[in-house]
Write a protein that binds this ligand. Structure first.
Ligand code: G1P
Length: 306
């Protein structure tokens, strides 16, 4: 297919489905939404929101559920803390707590019954209307020079339509993901021909797994409405994308970035270590700590000090 410049207007809305119960993190999730668990120095959900902000999104829509009000509180203004920090002259902490809430309009709607990712996205229909929009799954933190969602926007800008993020994964991990079959168009872009939700390695059409970033055309709403419950008896976004494929082109982009799946306790622990080792304030001490435990080589300045 010839590349056509798509003249659609810039996307403004980013959707975060956050209604999931977080059973993998029980007992913590009895009291705290999993999205609020700590990843180095901020809650998990903030990484995705910062990614959307740096890609230019102005409106963030959370699809929430019962027990998730801490998310709303977190992204709200906090006049008490702001006053306290102003009085103490702590400008840095002040900038930190205002960084995201100042730049974005937040909107919340409820998924009354968690019936799958496709069902969650359908809850956004009335708020999104007839525009293309982004979806970010907060469990996956992706560190990259160009925000991953903006890599997808570039493909959307060039080809139009729907774009999903994919990465090559080990065969034994394919059953955790939606997996695509596509025709390579160059530059890591594939025109989708098929998608399967959580296939066995033997039935997977490729090793390209859908990771948690999507640019969706508004046609997805009708596709979801026509989608029957699939894997785990849930309305799967993957199945809806497969229906959409029959109506309009869908693309996949092999994204560039280091991805951390923080949706399990082990994944979150690994992400904490990996991101602490990249964090300007904590990396040296973390490096020393791991070196003291004999897990990695001591940092260069330790050698110098002998
Ligand atoms: C969801 C999607 C799946 C996708 C994955 C990415 O699965 O259904 O297609 O590959 O996110 O993380 P979940 O992890 O919610 O089970």
């Amino acid at each position: 297919m010839a590349r056509e410049r798509n003249s659609s207007k810039p996307l403004t809305k980013a959707v975060f489905p956050v209604a999931g119960l977080g059973t993998r993190f029980l007992p913590m999730t009895k009291a705290i939404p999993k999205e609020m668990l700590c990843l180095v120095d901020r809650p998990l959900i903030q990484y995705g929101v910062e990614e959307a902000v740096s890609a230019g999104f102005k409106e963030v829509l959370f699809i929430t559920g019962r027990g998730k009000s801490a998310i709303e509180k977190y992204f709200d203004f906090s006049p008490d803390f702001e006053l306290l920090l102003r009085q103490k002259g702590n400008r840095r902490a002040m900038a930190d707590i205002k960084r995201v809430s100042d730049h974005i309009h937040f909107c919340y709607t409820r998924q009354k019954d968690p019936r799958g990712l496709g069902h969650a996205i359908l809850c956004a229909k009335n708020i999104i209307g007839q525009e293309a929009f982004a979806v970010l799954l907060g469990d996956e933190v992706i560190v990259s020079r160009q925000p991953v969602i903006s890599q997808l926007l570039d493909v959307h800008q060039e080809f139009g339509g729907t774009v999903v993020a994919v990465q090559r994964v080990d065969k034994k991990e394919l059953s955790n993901y939606g997996v695509i079959a596509g025709r390579p168009l160059g530059g890591g872009v594939h025109q989708l021909e098929d998608l399967v939700e959580k296939p066995t390695a033997a039935k997977a059409p490729s090793q390209l797994a859908v990771v948690g970033r999507y640019v969706l055309s508004p046609g997805i709403f009708e596709a979801i409405a026509c989608t029957r419950p699939g894997k785990n008896r849930e309305i799967q976004l993957t199945d809806a994308l497969k229906l959409l494929l029959a109506e309009e082109p869908v693309y996949a982009l092999e994204i560039r970035g280091d991805r951390y799946d923080a949706g399990t306790i082990m994944g979150l622990l690994k992400a904490n270590v990996a991101l602490a080792l990249k964090h300007p304030e904590f990396r040296q001490e973390m490096h020393r700590y791991l070196a003291d435990l004999g897990l990695i080589r001591a940092p260069a300045d330790n050698h110098r000090r002998g």
